[in-house]
Design a protein around this ligand. Structure first.
Ligand SMILES: [Zn+2]
Length: 263
């Protein structure tokens, strides 16, 4: 047990650290917006805070359910126009998540979506990250398990990620831990979860493992089981679209995720 004083001191330190590392611009109260469930408040990430977040790296922590308030990343640097339908997206991180600065999360998401193995490879779509002040077609949220349930409005499992209309919701517990037995790095799992949920936003449904030892299609529910396939994060392999048969498995949902405390 910690004494009250220690606890209060640690709480103050945590708040200060969060303000330093959150990369989320102005402190609460500066923007008189009232966030409603499903209409998360968005705040522009500001460059100085993002730079501060580089060092030191805070331990990752989050509550089981955050307050549905958001830090939104700035737009990506302008890129050459590609081919296909342009979809603009924002990246937002729930403000109760510590140790995952929005600029870093957005950089990882955008690197995945701009990858030559990603959804833009076929020339049907262009995906571009925009900031708060530009219109967007969808938003990618990194959310606590409980907020995931609020945004997804599906079976409230607190474990998976989802896509609900123009919300692509990534569960922070999966972002941090991946899934047991995945057989690939957490980085690969993150690329998978981004591509899978954005794939739903592009109108794609679930697919099954095409055969034992084959790479899992990106639209397979790899979070719940590989079913003889191997982990794969990408919709294109060797420059060709890689798919499996349409359908899904009747996998059991793992127990819901709780809070994660900084070590
Ligand atoms: Zn899915």
């Amino acid at each position: 047990m910690l004494s009250k004083g220690t606890r209060r001191r640690r709480a103050t330190e945590a708040v200060l650290l969060a303000m330093l590392l959150g990369g989320c611009g102005a402190p609460a109260g500066a923007h008189p917006t009232t966030p409603a469930a499903g209409q998360p408040r968005k705040e522009a990430a500001r460059a100085p805070a993002a730079r501060l977040s580089r060092s030191p790296v805070a331990a990752i922590s989050y509550p089981a359910t955050g307050r549905n308030r958001w830090s939104t990343a700035a737009a990506e640097a302008p890129t050459r126009p590609g081919r296909g339908q342009l979809l603009r997206y924002r990246v937002a991180v729930e403000r109760d998540i510590t140790g995952l600065p929005v600029a870093d999360v957005a950089a990882a998401v955008t690197a995945t979506l701009n990858d030559p193995r990603g959804w833009t490879a076929g020339g049907s779509w262009q995906l571009r990250r925009v900031g708060l002040d530009q219109p967007a077609d969808f938003t990618i949220y990194l959310a606590t398990p409980g907020t995931r349930d609020k945004l997804c409005q599906d079976i409230p499992d607190g474990y998976t990620s989802c896509r609900n209309a123009n919300r692509v919701v990534l569960n922070v517990a999966r972002w941090v831990k991946g899934v047991p037995g995945y057989g690939a790095s957490v980085n690969t799992y993150r690329q998978y979860m981004v591509n899978h949920e954005v794939g739903h936003r592009l109108g794609l449904g679930h697919e099954r493992c095409p055969g034992p030892g084959q790479p899992a299609p990106v639209m397979q529910q790899q979070t719940l089981g590989l079913h003889g396939c191997t982990a794969n994060a990408w919709p294109y392999r060797d420059g060709r679209r890689y798919r499996g048969p349409l359908g899904e498995y009747d996998d059991e949902l793992p127990p819901r995720e709780g809070a994660r405390r900084a070590a």
